[in-house]
Design a protein around this ligand. Sequence first.
Ligand SMILES: Nc1nc2c(ncn2[C@@H]2O[C@H](COP(=O)(O)OP(=O)(O)OP(=O)(O)O)[C@@H](O)[C@H]2O)c(=O)[nH]1
Ligand SMILES: [Mg+2]
Length: 271
Amino acid sequence: MNPVYATNGCIQNGSIAPRRGDVMTDQLPVHVTVVIPTRNEEAAIVDTIRSIPNDGWCKKLDFLIVDGNSSDRTRELAEQEGAWVVLEPRKGYGRAYRTGFALAPGEIIVTLDADCTYPGEEVPGLVRKLVEENLKFITCDRLRRAEEGAMSGLHGFGNWGLSVTARMLFWYGIHDSQSGMWVFWKDIMENEKMRPTHDGMPLSEEMKINARRCYGRKKAIEVSVPYRIRVGDAEINTWGDGWLNFRFLFAKRLGINRTRSEWGPDENTQV
Ligand SMILES: Nc1nc2c(ncn2[C@@H]2O[C@H](COP(=O)(O)OP(=O)(O)OP(=O)(O)O)[C@@H](O)[C@H]2O)c(=O)[nH]1
Ligand SMILES: [Mg+2]
């Protein structure tokens, strides 16, 4: 049985403060925005959105798609599902999130890829955990519970190598440095030290390093979730992105990583 929450309780510093006389229900009194970066994901975007329960488990749930100039029907399909679709012409996975985090209307942000690899059905439970346990940041580890065939041998090896390197360099205890599913309070991004700087794939490892540095092991936690076979073709450049990730870890450790573009949308972003 899940714990009960006050529907009109106040959220203060990330914790629920029920008021006397409140009606107790199971609904979480929070506004959640699921931010999803997309580039040519017409095969999976609809199922990705639908995989997240939308039956009133939180006060408000919306979807923000940050699309990187897809040439297929990704944007159209996402709009049909009721998502807010933003066109971010600047290239990169990290760039999409650095725009999306600034625009997200919710007080809690959830992220995942638009390829059906991450378990959307776990979102309500993860948000509940963030709220109930008064956490700041959750990252989802895919490596322990990956389903058969979900990660190719090369990707698996690359993920393992990068995760071990990150653990050795930062001593931060994160098992899966490359996971792209996070759940966190939007206001943690007001902290400059929490804001990721990279516009590419390395944003993923940067999120976890920053979260552990800012909030420690008790408030920035890792939870294992299932990981599934990708739907649709990936555009990832395995060797190129692997090398970029590896280089970034050393630059970050030495404190010489630099931001190449501003936080948030710019004049070419179509919101
Ligand atoms: N807006 C935007 N989204 C991107 C860009 N590159 C990738 N994405 C999206 O970011 C998410 C992660 O990219 P993936 O291709 O799944 O990368 P990956 O998870 O490392 O690779 P797979 O394991 O093969 O799925 C997907 O939803 C992509 O559509 C980009 O340049 N701009
Ligand atoms: Mg993916």
